[in-house]
Each structure stands twice: as structure tokens, then as C-alpha cells.
Design a protein around this ligand. Structure first.
Ligand code: ADP
Length: 327
């Protein structure tokens, strides 16, 4: 339904979007993730017509119109401070020829869906960040947009709220069947919520695919490293590892002159006084423990959920999964 073709953007001489190509399917939830400054907001603004590309095209099956607009929800929510929640949500219908009855019915439905009925008569400043965000999305949905554009929807939410919010946005998007493009640097939430994810780094879209493919088969090391910590070791060091049964066949097919990359969470360790690895550092890293393990003259990082291993303990590392060969 939406085709982005050879899209580039220059600010003065700075090339902030470089020959971007992708398609968005009807009712799809597509996220574009990338570090700060990668060009995500610029891309979203161009798609929403707030900004013009320097070259390239955006082809749409149907043009956005007043009846079916592309609506952008900004990260600061941009609610009208002097209007009640109810009026904020209903605002989009004001400009449209909608009967009072229909307006009331739609607003009530959205207040209910977004669990905001009790806040209908309150003002935005009286709501939590999570509630304000729900108002912002409800306000966008009331006009039945052809395309919903979300700019960093989790940026103003605290960590505990993010997961619930992501689940709720996903449920809402499917319920209303609205094609959605989200840009965010919050990769976990993007993975959780999206049908497909694109990685934008330094103005270039380096991969776009289903979350599980992006995570386990990144196109290159840059993509892999953006999504999490990666160890890269010479092939010969695999002799110090055990392998999960699924991995054994793959290892046999690898080029022995290559380096091997694997994520920190793709290794497990078992204590063994004759093990080739030695724990040299142990740190609490959020919900996981980060171990640094020395194997001869290399050091690898490992994430584990539970372990009582201490610095100096000897271990056998078992590799469960590798990512594609280094480019
Ligand atoms: P992101 O959303 O990924 O953080 P942006 O799209 O905001 O990235 O910005 C991409 C690059 O374009 C940055 O280097 C930024 O400084 C630059 N940029 C964004 N908007 C403008 C503008 N209006 N004028 C000049 N440079 C801009």
C-alpha cells in the first residue's frame, strides 16, 4: 500500500537519508529502529508530508485525504492543554461533517477502549505519562487514519510501563487494523510489537525483515552489534567450546579461516575445575549477570540469568547459536 522508492534527503550538503527502499503492507506494523541521529524522524516526517525528500518517491495505493489521513503521534504527545481528555480525543471530528451522535459514540468507544472513561473530564496535566500517551493515540484513531505514524512512543514512559504499553499498542493496532509505522531507538519494544523491523544506521536502511530474522540472521556485524552485545573470535578457538546438538552440523560447514560471531546470551557455562575458561569478572547487568570469561588469550562476554560462579572459577563454555559470518 505504501512504497518508498530511492528516497534520499540532504540537509544542506549532509546526506541524512541514503537511497531508502521499502514497502509497507496493508494493516502491517512496521518499525524503523536505529541510534539517535540515524535519520528516523526525518524519514517519518517525509512519509507524513511534513517534510519534502530531496529525491525519490513515495507511492501510495490511495492518496492520503481528509477522510483518510496519515496521522503522526509525537513523542511529547502534543495534547491540547486547555481541553478535557474527551475534547482532545474528539478534536479530529470537529473539522469533519460528523453528527453529534456519531461523535459522542466514537469518543465513548475510544475512551472505553483506552481505559480513560474516568478521566474524560480531566485535563492532560492531570494524567500520567502512560495515560497521556493513550489519549494521543485515541485522538489519532478517531479520524480513522489510513496510516498511523508513531515517533518514539516509549520515550516518555518509564521502563515498567513500556512492556505493557507495547502490548496495548499492538493489540490496538490489530483491533483497528491500521497500517502503522513506528520509529524508535527502543529495540526491545520494537521487536515485541512489530510484524517487521527495519534497521536504519547513519541514513542507510541496512536490513528490513521479521524480528526473528533480524535478530538471528543480521546482514552484517554492524546490524548484529546494534541489536546487542556480540563476541567475535577466530575459528580455532571453537575447539575450547562444547556445542549444542543443533549447532554441531553448522559448525562442520564453516570456513575455518573465518571469524565466528555469537551473542552474549548464546553461550552457557558449567563449572569444571579442568575447564578451559576462567571467570575474570562478574557484574549485575540489569536482570542478567554479565560474566567475562578468559579462554587462553581472548576474553568473551556472557549473559546468564542465574549463576553463583565467582571470579577465578573454571568453566566449560557451551555455544548454542552463532550469527552469520563476519563481513
Ligand atoms: P533520529 O530521528 O534518528 O534521531 P533525525 O532524523 O532527527 O534522526 O536526524 C538525522 C540527521 O539530520 C541528524 O544529523 C540531524 O542533526 C539532521 N537534521 C534533522 N533535522 C534537520 C534540519 N531541519 N536541518 C538540518 N539538519 C537536520
Amino acid at each position: 500500500m505504501l512504497v518508498i522508492k530511492n528516497l534520499s534527503k540532504f540537509y544542506n550538503k549532509k546526506n541524512v537519508l541514503k537511497d531508502i527502499n521499502f514497502q509497507v503492507k496493508e494493516e502491517e506494523f512496521l518499525s524503523i529502529i536505529g541510534p539517535s541521529g540515524a535519520g528516523k524522524s526525518t524519514l517519518l516526517r517525509i512519509i507524513s508530508n511534513l517534510e519534502k525528500q530531496s529525491s525519490g518517491e513515495i507511492l501510495q495505493r490511495k492518496k492520503y485525504s481528509k477522510e483518510n489521513p496519515a496521522i503522526m503521534v509525537f513523542q511529547d504527545f502534543s495534547l491540547f492543554p486547555h481541553m478535557t481528555i474527551e475534547d482532545n480525543i474528539a478534536y479530529g471530528l470537529k473539522m469533519r461533517k460528523v453528527s453529534l451522535e456519531e461523535k459522542k459514540e466514537k469518543t465513548q468507544y475510544l475512551l472505553r477502549w483506552f481505559d480513560l472513561e474516568e478521566k474524560a473530564k480531566n485535563y492532560p496535566t492531570e494524567l500520567s505519562a502512560g495515560q497521556q500517551q493513550r489519549v494521543a493515540i485515541a485522538r489519532a484513531l478517531i479520524v480513522n487514519p489510513m496510516l498511523l505514524l508513531l515517533d518514539e512512543p516509549f520515550a516518555n514512559l518509564d521502563k515498567n510501563l513500556k512492556m505493557d504499553t507495547a502490548l496495548f499498542i499492538k493489540k490496538t493496532q490489530k483491533e483497528f487494523g491500521i497500517t502503522t509505522i513506528m520509529v524508535t531507538h527502543d529495540q526491545e519494544e520494537a521487536f515485541f510489537i512489530s510484524d517487521r523491523v527495519g534497521i536504519l544506521i547513519n541514513g542507510a536502511l541496512i536490513q528490513i525483515d521479521k524480528p526473528e530474522i533480524i535478530y538471528h540472521q543480521p546482514v552484517n556485524l554492524t546490524a548484529a552489534q546494534f541489536l546487542g552485545q556480540v563476541n567475535t573470535i577466530p575459528f580455532a578457538y571453537l575447539s575450547f567450546f562444547h556445542f549444542s546438538s543443533e549447532l554441531q552440523a553448522t559448525i562442520a560447514t564453516l570456513d575455518k579461516t573465518e571469524h565466528i560471531s555469537f551473542r552474549y546470551e548464546s553461550v552457557s557455562i558449567t563449572p569444571d575445575i579442568n575447564g578451559p575458561g576462567e571467570v575474570i569478572e562478574s557484574l549485575i547487568w540489569g536482570k542478567t549477570i554479565l560474566y567475562k570469561i578468559r579462554i587462553r588469550d581472548i576474553i568473551i562476554g556472557i549473559y546468564v540469568l542465574h549463576s553463583s560462579l565467582k571470579v577465578g572459577d573454571k568453566v566449560i563454555p557451551t555455544l548454542h547459536q552463532i550469527i552469520n559470518k563476519r563481513k
